[in-house]
Design a protein around this ligand. Structure first.
Ligand code: FES
Length: 237
């Protein structure tokens, strides 16, 4: 994890455009009186989207003002969550490479090397054409499909250096691949295919039907035993 500080060069000021201003007011109004600070993350995210993917300090000040928060409280949020970018990012993609243990064990260093080769040797620097930037982040929650990267709101998983190259090529052409596993596996299913619960009967309904027949038989048997016991008891009387 790197230090998270505001970029040294900042715009003089920030204002939401008309559409975002209306959206921000409506969002704040969703929270009960005295709880407006709960809107801090959505407002910061909207400001970031308006600023081409990064969050300038004046935007944080404005959000603090709109929510009645101390500026430092908003800075704490903006500098804590890696979803917020504090420096200008690539116009086509900002790549967040997961460097936490499961991804490291599955080859995250090689993925990071691709970013260094293709984008910039150092994180938080723009590529020569300004189209890409990268950073290393902590676990993004798709560990079962490690190694992975996150770009904007999507994750790209099961990466190899070759697949990472292909991913960057896709973004460069404006045709990013489908998010998720890049080797085609479904969600976090076993990489080599299913290893357990493979019997077709589990999925054609027959197993469920078989279980139902046995259940009904046991109920009928219990009912018969109860009826026989009641009859025997009546006879004794
Ligand atoms: S460790 Fe990389 S996604 Fe969790």
């Amino acid at each position: 994890m790197s230090n998270r500080r505001f970029h040294p060069e900042q715009p003089a000021n920030f204002a939401f455009n008309a559409e975002n201003e209306a959206w921000a007011r409506a969002t704040i109004a969703k929270y009960p009186p005295g709880r407006q600070a709960s809107a801090v993350i959505p407002l910061l995210m909207r400001a970031q989207e308006q600023c081409n993917g990064w969050l300038p300090e004046p935007a944080c000040k404005l959000v603090a003002h709109m929510l009645g928060m101390a500026e430092i409280r908003v800075y704490e949020v903006a500098t804590f969550y890696t979803q917020f970018q504090l420096s200008p990012v690539g116009s086509k993609a900002h790549v967040q490479v997961c460097g936490t243990t499961p991804c490291m064990l599955r080859g995250a260093e090689a993925i990071r090397d691709v970013c260094k080769r293709r984008i910039h040797d150092e994180p938080f620097h723009l590529s020569a054409d300004g189209a890409f930037s990268w950073e290393e982040v902590e676990c993004a929650g798709t560990c079962a499909n490690a190694p992975m990267v996150q770009i904007a709101k999507d994750t790209y998983e099961d990466l190899t250096p070759e697949l990472m190259d292909r991913l960057l090529d896709g973004f460069a052409k404006g045709q990013p691949p489908k998010p998720g596993s890049q080797t085609g596996r479904t969600a976090s299913a076993p990489a080599g295919g299913t290893t357990t619960l493979k019997e077709a009967a589990l999925y054609d309904g027959s197993t469920v039907g078989g279980w139902r027949v046995k259940f009904d038989e046991r109920i009928a048997k219990a009912d018969a035993a109860a009826a026989a016991a009641a009859a025997a008891s009546a006879e004794k009387k």
